[in-house]
Design a protein around this ligand. Sequence first.
Ligand code: HEC
Length: 240
Amino acid sequence: MKTMIKVFGVLLACTILMIACKHKGNEPVPATTNNGGDNGGNNGGNNNIDTGICFSRDILPIFVSNCAIPGCHDAVTRTEGFQFTDYNSIVSKKFVAGNANETELYKKITEDKPDDIMPPPPNSPLTSAQIVLIRRWINEGAKNTTNCSSPCDTTKFAYAADIQPIFDKYCKGCHSGASAQKGIMLDTYTGAVATLNSGRLLGAINHSAGFTAMPYGGAKLSDCEIKKIEKWAGSGALNN
Ligand code: HEC
């Protein structure tokens, strides 16, 4: 009798376990994996969730500053037919929305052969953060998102925290290293101050008459970003 009860008990336990397991198997999978499973994103594979990537705010400035350089992939030169000045031109050639690995520009920015990598030396390669952003953007369908919110606070204009990041994002690709346009360097404090003191910085970012509009070939900085740079300049251009 005792054995019978034991066997019955074990059977019952098994049945409950099986039901429990089966039930678990039918539950919707929590959205914890991201699209490519490879990019540290937070999308959860669910296309309805806004991942926060915004084309005009996060992606376009990378292309304008690092690829649409005069003589390279600007609207005039279009080396090998590739132009990277706006959404339509970027997605128009050998571009597979949803698949970064099949997209030519992605292959080029991640190429490990020095002869093939883009941007070519002596330009700096894209940073890994920029590459991850571009990969996510392509794999998530390469959407043309614009007018996204960009929190920006004009009361914050310290050089290291607020000003250099603007130059890094919009200017550095063309204004650093051996190939810096017009020898203007915007990747260091020294270079930024020299540019300010040349009297050409504020007119260029304000698109004032008599200056070449900057970023070259790209959209004007936001009013808030311009205001921050002006406040930094107006309060002694400190290295703070
Ligand atoms: C795509 C490349 C590119 C980007 C991005 C770029 N520049 Fe330039 N920049 C140039 C070129 C080319 C020139 C020379 C233009 C000329 O005078 O013909 C130039 C010239 C300038 C000048 C001198 C302009 C004048 O009228 O004397 C300043 C100042 C300047 N850039 C600042 C910036 C700042 C600040 C940014 C970012 C907000 C920026 N640039 C982004 C390519 C670029």
